[in-house]
Design a protein around this ligand. Structure first.
Ligand code: NDP
Length: 448
């Protein structure tokens, strides 16, 4: 990766000092600050107004206790978070993550990235993120419901259609959003669909929201391929994870003519040379909530590699769609060596800085998460629009809007990279393009 400009270096040191131990947050900040040298050279007013220092400091951070009882009646205590990062462009918007690894540093990295991603969508949304160290895996529906109700009993006072609008992320899907929406409605005595996105279709949800992040990431990669006079047609692809983002990435890859041969979960990798059977994956993961290993029970020809590394499997297009830092420098080098020509990040910050450097040096098409996976939040904003207009759009209409947004994000990142002297560098393009819009709004709003 690049170097932090000398005018900005001190700001990064200050972030390290003010946020000790939050390594993922440090990594996300560094990645953006490395891109901003040419921006402050052109816009000295951003330095005078201390825009970068202000963007690195969340507007509000809420941490709360979440007590609940398991099925045995035992008391459990988890920790809840909501970090309201930046509201220059609109109400805070970003998902909730329920995973045992969650702590403040993870929520802050996600919230920070969310600001730039939301800016890139061109829609009026600020950035935020939340979650808990609660692990929904292995819990009964009743336990998940009691946890969600307790979580919302604190969160409800901080959110609202014009304030902060959470959605899903790892461990938070339609079931969890449903329980949280129910509790919000009960506590406030208000039916306000605009307070959460990712809702069910009969109570304010939007068609295409479930598919949006995976479809959007695939549209983005398709644009990167088109820019190189190439396409998905006949490409061998691998997609890590087997959750929401992974499933709909695989679906769109297949629709666009690619062949996805591998996916994974935190226990292992499935390799199916014939191309993954997505109907089976949906049945296992979405309906039965089982492990990906069970794929081989009916598909004996497929291989399950316990604790395997999906990036060792040769592919032309790789789409990491599980979690942060899942591709390190060595994995990136293996991918490039095996002929990978495009990487599109469905997950947030799935590639380590060493891995990013390998992709940029090899000059393959590399779409960073804050651009490539922005389709999820963009479609959440479309859900908010439908809620505000008491309307619901068709699948085709909504999907076309999503595709247009992704095409637009791609061209903005592409053109910005060219303008700032780094053609083909979508990292620089996304960071600069996302940053400038927020920075201009913050200058306009004065010192707030
Ligand atoms: P899900 O919970 O639906 O699925 C997550 C998948 O990733 C599961 O297969 C899970 O496996 C795997 N995974 C999670 N954590 C780890 C880990 N530490 N190590 C290995 N595998 C892991 O989440 P989503 O699909 O919604 O989210 C996936 C990624 O996409 C995240 O980075 C998220 O921030 C990002 N994203 C999601 C958006 C959305 O709309 N949902 C929007 C934009 C980005 P297992 O079951 O074994 O844990």
């Amino acid at each position: 990766m690049g170097q932090v400009d000398e005018k900005i270096e001190g700001m990064y040191q200050e972030v390290l000092k003010r946020n000790p131990g939050e390594t993922e947050f440090h990594q996300a900040v560094l990645e953006v600050l490395e891109s901003l040298g040419p921006v402050v050279a052109k816009h000295p007013e951003f330095l005078e107004r201390k825009i970068i220092q202000r963007i690195c400091e969340p507007e509000r951070q809420i941490i709360f206790r979440v007590p609940w009882q398991n099925d045995k009646g035992e008391v459990q205590i988890n920790r809840g978070f909501r970090v309201e990062f930046n509201s220059a462009l609109g109400p805070y918007k970003g998902g909730l993550r329920f995973h045992p690894s969650v702590y403040l540093g993870i929520i802050k990295f996600l919230g920070f990235e969310q600001c730039f991603k939301n800016s890139l969508t061109g829609l009026p949304i600020g950035g935020g993120k939340g979650g808990s160290d609660f692990d929904p895996k292995g819990k009964s529906d009743d336990e998940v419901m009691r946890f969600c109700q307790s979580f919302m009993t604190e969160l409800y006072r901080h959110i609202g259609e014009h304030t902060d609008v959470p959605a899903g992320d790892i461990g938070v899907g339609g079931r969890e959003i449903g329980y949280m929406f129910g509790q919000y409605k009960r506590i406030t005595n208000r039916y306000e669909p605009g307070v959460l996105t990712g809702k069910g279709l009969t109570w304010g949800g939007s068609l295409v929201r479930t598919e949006a992040t995976g479809y959007g990431a695939t549209f983005f990669v398709n644009e990167m391929l088109k820019a190189r006079k190439d396409s998905f047609d006949g490409k061998i692809c691998t997609v890590s994870g087997s959750g929401n983002v992974a499933i709909y990435t695989i679906e769109k890859i297949h629709q666009l003519g690619g062949k996805c041969v591998a996916c994974s979960d935190s226990n292992g990798v499935i390799y199916d040379e014939k191309g993954l059977d997505l109907d089976l994956i949906k049945q296992l993961k979405e309906v039965e909530r089982r492990r990906i290993q069970d794929y081989t029970a009916t598909h004996k020809h497929a291989k399950y590699i316990a604790k395997g590394n999906i990036w060792d499997i040769p592919c032309q297009v790789a789409m990491p769609s599980a979690t942060q830092n899942e591709i390190n420098g060595k994995d990136a080098a293996t991918l490039v060596k095996n002929g990978c020509i495009a990487v599109g990040e469905g997950a947030n910050m799935p590639t380590t800085p060493e891995g990013v450097k390998v992709f940029l040096d090899a000059k393959i098409a590399y779409g960073p998460g804050k651009a490539a996976n922005a389709g999820g939040v963009a479609t959440s904003a479309l859900e908010m629009q439908q809620n505000a207009g008491r309307d619901s759009w068709t699948f085709e209409y909504t999907e076309k809007k999503l595709e247009d947004i992704m095409i637009n994000i791609h061209s903005n990142c592409y053109e910005t990279a060219e303008e700032f002297g780094a053609p083909g560098n979508y990292v620089l393009g996304a960071n600069i393009c996302g940053f400038i819009k927020i920075a201009n709004a913050m200058v306009a709003h004065g010192l707030v």
